[in-house]
Design a protein around this ligand. Structure first.
Ligand code: BEZ
Length: 182
């Protein structure tokens, strides 16, 4: 996706804990739109192929969590991790990693990812349609900076990871800040 483009408007179906719900699993559905997540603030979005997968779960998501405060220093007000996984899986992943700062966005149907032009087949891994790895700084719903791994393709034999790492993005944001300083 090019910079200065507006994110597609979709509704995400999330599950939130609600103690007023009866039973041992007190969660309810809560719909969130693109505007709820991205409106009126400057945020970091990164998207990856799947919850619990090795690179995503060992490096990319935990590293964004660890470096969250550094992103705040760069004027980022929230960090969102999106995956073509449903809300149950995304919640379980967040719990497993004890996330406190990064927020997870479930794009279970892949609608947002498809409209971003980032939906790829991963049938070679038995995954179906998933997100190509990318990240973006999004300001009030508009893409300000774009970080996409090379080689976007269906059934890619490799899983490029570098451009969309938090370390790479932080370096880029720091350089851009220095370059635009008066
Ligand atoms: C990984 O994050 O390591 C991964 C992602 C997609 C497929 C396989 C592995």
């Amino acid at each position: 996706m090019a910079t200065n483009k507006r994110l597609p408007f979709v509704t995400f179906r999330t599950r939130v804990r609600d103690e007023t719900v009866d039973g041992t699993n007190p969660y309810r559905w809560e719909d969130k739109t693109t505007d709820d997540y991205f409106g009126s603030k400057r945020v970091m979005l990164f998207s990856l192929p799947g919850a619990f997968t090795p690179t995503c779960s060992t490096y990319q998501l935990p590293d964004f969590e660890k470096l969250y405060d550094e992103f705040e220093k760069q004027g980022i007000e929230a960090v969102y991790c999106l995956s073509v996984n449903d809300a149950f899986v995304m919640n379980a992943w967040g719990k497993a990693l004890k996330l406190e700062k990064v927020k997870l966005i479930p794009d279970g149907s892949g609608e947002f990812t498809r409209k971003m032009g980032m939906l790829v087949a991963k049938d070679n891994l038995g995954f179906g349609m998933r997100s190509w790895r990318y990240a973006a700084v999004v300001n009030d719903g508009v893409v300000e900076h774009w970080f996409e791994e090379e080689g976007l393709s269906d059934n890619c034999a490799s899983d490029p990871y570098g451009v969309s790492s938090p370390q790479n993005i932080l370096e880029a944001l720091k350089c851009l800040r220095v370059a635009s300083a008066p």
